[in-house]
Design a protein around this ligand. Sequence first.
Ligand SMILES: Cc1cc2nc3c(=O)[nH]c(=O)nc-3n(C[C@H](O)[C@H](O)[C@H](O)COP(=O)(O)OP(=O)(O)OC[C@H]3O[C@@H](n4cnc5c(N)ncnc54)[C@H](O)[C@@H]3O)c2cc1C
Length: 396
Amino acid sequence: MNLDYDPELVKFREDVRSYFERDYPKDILDKVARGASLTTPEVRKAEMALGAKGWLASAWPAEYGGPGWSIEEQYIFDDELERAGAPTVTPMGVVYVGPVVYTFGTDEQKAQWLPGIADGSVGWAQGYSEPGAGSDLASLQFSAVRDGDEYILNGTKIWTSAANHADWIFLLTRTSQEAKKQMGITFICAQLDQPGVTVKPIISIDGKYHLSQVDFVDVRVPVANRIGEEGKGWTYSQYLLGNERTSYARIGGKRSQLASIRAIASQIPTGGNQRLIDDRAFAARLSAAEMRVDALEITTLRVLCSVKDGGSPGNEASILKIMATETAQEITGLFCVAAGEHGMRKFADSVSPAWTGKAAFAAPGVATYLGTRAQSIYGGTNEIQRNIIAKHVLGL
Ligand SMILES: Cc1cc2nc3c(=O)[nH]c(=O)nc-3n(C[C@H](O)[C@H](O)[C@H](O)COP(=O)(O)OP(=O)(O)OC[C@H]3O[C@@H](n4cnc5c(N)ncnc54)[C@H](O)[C@@H]3O)c2cc1C
């Protein structure tokens, strides 16, 4: 793979970059740059803009509404989206459930769900975790009881991201109590806007509303909403998690953050003629973070290139998940160091009036720092990823 020199890929990158610079909705970019949360209509607008280009479901094969891009093209697209400061595409539809539908779903399910995911008009949420089932997901108790052509759903899902923007949710449900708890789990899709479903907000540490508790009381859904076989949901859920854990790399965004930190640190005075970047400990941390992003990029490409014919990355994705999330936490921590330096300088504004009002980066930076703590929790905690690597990658 040669991302830098292949002329076709260079041209592809230019086209994608020019789209984000010229045609992508500016109001969305401005709002994201301010660190503000998007409303549901804004999320739809952002995703439908990409959908209209046929670019939203960037990893899907053309036959299901994707652009049919190579791994390199997908990677460049993600990189440019992040570089442009566009909001991350909500992954629950295009990255998580979409591939499950086109891999394990019926033709009717493909026709029903894939077009709305690929064009960005329909939002999805992921209903895996429960109050008593997080790391030990297989102990989930959300129940689905068969009644003729329907399942009756009862239970609670929690920490459900983007449920406030979603129309549908894919659920891991228990359809029978088997001795092995991974058995008896069934993968069912349900509409959120129906009687018996309540979406309750949870405000997270960054002060934002993006998480919910979702309660189901006697909600009936057609058996046709079940993906694959009853009792085999665990298999589909693990296929999905492989894709989820690969999606955390977000190299372009990390490089933009590092560039801003370097620019900020090159301006902030820490005393005398010294700038923050002249502080050797800070400069070493920043360089180490830049090298970690390089290593993450290469590792991501290695894992992606090893995925053949639309398969899931499997257990190796756990390596990426740890690398990506720890790197994100380190980078956002550097933002806080820079913001802290500036906070100290504010007391000296009478001495250095030029600095007044120049810390616009600080508030969104700190919110991002706080929000990024969650990255080592969601998608399976990093402790659980280490268990997976030990058992299934290293065979210990
Ligand atoms: C911001 C955010 C967004 C989320 N979005 C979603 C979503 O959209 N959909 C969804 O279904 N879920 C979502 N989650 C839930 C997430 O997947 C769970 O929080 C996660 O799996 C951990 O489960 P838990 O919170 O129950 O913690 P627990 O499982 O109770 O873990 C508590 C601690 O014990 C450690 N631990 C537990 N078991 C082991 C073990 N065997 N070995 C070593 N250490 C262990 C964990 O690493 C953790 O540090 C989200 C969570 C967050 C924070």
